[in-house]
Ligand binder design. Structure first.
Ligand code: ATP
Length: 200
């Protein structure tokens, strides 16, 4: 599995459609300070579902949209598409040898997600990457300061990193979701029993 390409449009310092093709070997992105190198890794984390604007070095999610310069007006939406190679079957649920994930975000706050050009929910994107080692919480993207953060993290936060790596995160997420559903069902049962008592 490797990243095949990244298409960025209207994201941070990339107002025009920009396509980066990656090979199977190592790719290094070089450029002067402030030229947008980190914005590229931000775009990768963003398309994988990152919801924290702080992690994306912004104050609010709107900050990922090209904000304009003296010569150019700001844009109304940001869009990033990541194409991944799946010929090794890293994504067992997907038969295609190539998987594209797209995220679009409008200034109005509306978000759209696509997997292989099919409209999906954020949750589907998160599920796609769970246990692959990729994804916004994955250990495959190490941002500036991340190593220090892991070393100084509390033990339960560090455990999250190992759980993600060990493939436990998917089950923990499902367990939490099921517990929330159980809680709602218990509330409903209490309400129904109250109604029955009223009628008796
Ligand atoms: P360094 O080597 O110093 O870490 P870098 O190459 O990683 O720099 P980035 O941090 O990726 O650079 O890019 C910073 C640039 O992106 C700044 O010039 C900033 O103005 C620009 N930028 C960030 N968000 C937006 C936005 N929403 N609209 C327009 N430009 C933006």
């Amino acid at each position: 599995m490797y990243l095949k390409s990244l298409e960025i449009q209207g994201f941070k310092s990339f107002p025009d459609k920009t396509v980066l093709q990656f090979g199977e070997d190592i790719t290094a992105i070089v450029g002067p300070n402030g030229s947008g190198k980190s914005n590229i890794s931000d775009a990768i984390r963003w398309v994988m579902g990152e919801q924290s604007s702080k992690s994306l070095r912004g104050g609010k999610m709107e900050d990922v949209i090209f904000g304009g310069t003296q010569k150019r007006n700001q844009l109304g939406f940001a869009q990033v598409t990541l194409v991944l190679d799946n010929s090794g079957g890293l994504f067992p649920a997907m038969e295609e040898s190539e998987i594209s994930v797209t995220r679009r975000y409008y200034r109005s706050g509306d978000s759209e997600y696509y997997i292989n050009r099919q409209s999906v929910r954020l949750r589907d994107v998160m599920e796609l990457f769970l246990d692959t080692g990729l994804g916004k919480e994955g250990y495959s993207i190490i941002g500036q300061g991340k190593i220090d953060e892991i070393l100084s993290a509390k033990s339960h936060e560090r455990r999250d990193v190992f759980e993600q790596a060990a493939g436990i995160a998917r089950y923990r997420n499902r367990k939490e979701e099921t517990e929330r559903k159980l809680g709602r069902t218990e509330d409903n049962l209490v309400r129904i029993n109250d109604k029955i008592a009223e009628l008796e």
